[in-house]
Write a protein that binds this ligand. Sequence first.
Ligand SMILES: [Zn+2]
Length: 639
Amino acid sequence: MTVKSNSSSGVVDTSSSPFAKLIALAFKEVHLKDGFWAAWRATTRREAIPYGQQKLIDSGAISNLEVAAGRRDGAFRNMRFADSDLYKWLEAASYELANSWDDELASRVTACVELAAEAQRSDGYLNTYYQLTNTQLANIEKRWTDLRHDHELYCAGHMFQAAVAHFRCTADTRFLDISKRFADHIDETFGPGKLESVPGHPEIEMALVELYRSTGEKRYLDLARFFIDYRGRGLIGGSPYHQDHCPVREAREMAGHAVRQLYLTSGMTDLYLETGESALLETLNRLWSDMTTEKMSITGGVGARHDRESFGESYELPNDRVYNETCAQIASVMWNWRMLLATGECRFADLMEWTLYNGVISGISLDGKSYFYPNPLVSRGTIERSGWFDCACCPPNVMRTLASLHNYFATKDANGLQIHLYDNCEIETSLPEGGEVRMVLETDYPWNPDVKLTVKAAAETGKKSEWTLSMRIPGWSSHPRIVVNGAEYSGELAPGSYAEIRRVWRTGDTVDLTFSMSPIFHEAHPYVEPARGCVALTRGPLVYCLEECDQESGGKVMDCGIDTDTPPQNQWREDQLGGVMTLDAKGFHESRENWQGKLYRRVEAGKAPSRTNVTLKAIPYYAWANRGKYPMSVWIPRA
Ligand SMILES: [Zn+2]
């Protein structure tokens, strides 16, 4: 494999992965223009990243490194994995430097990298919790002795991911060099015949594969395989929480701590992309089916239980007590992206999109400064976002996802270019058979379904420049239609697949894609007990909810029911929640006056409750909890 100096490839670089169906585009090959995701990324850049840096200073994550570097005296502060919060922030800031260079942000990033270099021990080890703590349980002599709990390899993994991002986005090798020294130390320490154990929190697996892709050092790939192969042998206690309950290839269901499970499946997919081991892909497909048919909220949220932050049993998907950690939903996007790269199958892009719109951005406020850790589907009016968390995994995870979001939009292969997500953007890349191509996408997605693609420049070298443009027809859509240069496209068009348009593309060619984005009522499998008798409302890729502050005449969300025979009407509200499409649905308020002072009562035959017809106003789920503490519900009783 050849080592690329500054490929600037995005969150996963599959350009040299032998078993990748699709090649992730390089970072600067997709530019978001004015639109939905560009607005989110602007908020991330302007608000969340500076805010996050201040929080890292306040929480001690940066001072821990300063003490380890000998720049100041002090003790270790914060959670034992505080280093990882800083690394995730550095990853986000590095992506932003590639998006648009800023000297001040660059100097802040460089200062952190220099700090890490000074804090690193001469043998390559770097973990401030073990370097600064001096107790019987944790001190530098005790490093690598409590892999089940201590997150040393987890923090290392986040360092490697951040360093790879920093290298690809800046061409500066300093952070990558720090990571290589640490990875070499880990490689000298772990492996068959050496220390044979695995981390209690997966993360380093996918990071080592990316480090391999960026350096060409095969030992890092072998080390990733070791950490995957030795899992499930009971070396760290054998619990699902630590993902040690069974050898990974024998797994039958998604189990245990959701983020750990999903970081592991992401790492397994990265290993498959490099090795092509079919047993891995079979397992991953089996686990994906288990997750999506029995263990996922309608928002794409996963990890239903607060208890141990874990997946629940089949159909155990509560509304108020559902956990759905923001990080688990980000991890689901990461895994689906890798499965898409491995297979080219639309179902993975569908779920990636759905989770981005409903599961990921529900975790951050519209102003970028407050966050959800769990993402419940109902609120009684007591839930609000937090400015930060003692365990601050989610906020910087959201930042790195939004800062790199454009990277999930398109891919290429030997046949041509594939477009997976839609928003206003420009794509500029070179294709194996088609030469250089530049195209512009114009749309009002996710609010309206029309997408116009214009080829701005294409190599026109005769027959050989024929290539396939694949456009995703979302699985949730219906009645798709494509017009190429004004003529109806006659090829296959099916929701949940890609329209494959093969031709000699010329400058000025246009493609108009449209499909139905009518509101849809969804019901849950009857075994999802808390959703029985209820429906959830969606439109396009967005799940909707009722928030009490929007309901007319002070109507309470808990009194609402909905009429599913009348199609809801969408209405654009420029002045609300940063501009959203709301849905007005025919519904009713049910009187609760006879319930006063009672928790239960006898059912009286023939006595219907009194109802008042109302128009219910639904907003996108991601936008709730931005105007104060109000009751909210995704599932609404059906009339
Ligand atoms: Zn988290």
